[in-house]
Ligand binder design. Sequence first.
Ligand code: SF4
Length: 278
Amino acid sequence: MPFFGLRLAEGQNASFERILFGCAKSTWKDATNGLMRRKMPGDGDQFLRRSVGKAIHKYQMIQNGDRIAVGVSGGKDSLSLLHFLSIRRQWVPIRYDLVAIHIDLGFDGTGERLAPWFRQEGILYHIEETRIGPIAHSEINRENPCFLCARLRRKRLFELAFTMGCTKIALAHHRDDIVETLLINMFYSGEIGTMVPHQRLFNGKLSIIRPLALTDEDAIRGYARTKAFRVIESGCPTVKDAKRTQIKAILAELARKNRRIKGNIFRSMRNIRKDYLP
Ligand code: SF4
């Protein structure tokens, strides 16, 4: 019997019911970790291993006993994050559980296409079917679909994570996303701010963590290609016009002449010269 649609890989259903309904948390932890055993990553993974490990350590993202909901859209970033957090448990001395959550926005049956991958990876998962996409693009909200879409998606993700007893929500925002968000906020909202790597919410009951915060998008792209992940497109009609897409194009153009630009913008957030600000 599924619990909030949570599922495991084929053949694991019996133990799954026992895990969710009959066992103490430690048993659940042991059972799920047992399903994830895989080979250690090869040399090609070393870059990601270093940058993600550094972010997790620096921002104290994961503690022993954490149950982490990983938001998976189906793009290269979230597939890479989930896969990496899963295999990472083989070489770190702490124990944590993972559950993948996919919010299907109702555009193009993304949940149906992702489910086989979750099963193949042996990862506990939940797919939430919604109409968030069409609602965000409805007549009354056509001006700013992204705002409503992001808000509704985030709200549902929080509710699901709470219901599943998760202590953390891991999102796949990487260093390029953080830089782009900074510029979006400056350009369109007149403020300086972006996404933080570790954000404690609700008096510390739940945290948002971004283990890819120190990792370049190019490195993730390479990782996803090496692993041959089958990326799922959202089918959203707004993606191409979104502010982020425009900022990404500007940064890519600048980076063609100077590869350091994105890194410099990222570093500038830790190097603020207040005396030289109005
Ligand atoms: S681009 Fe589409 S999927 Fe992304 S936030 Fe905007 S409306 Fe939602």
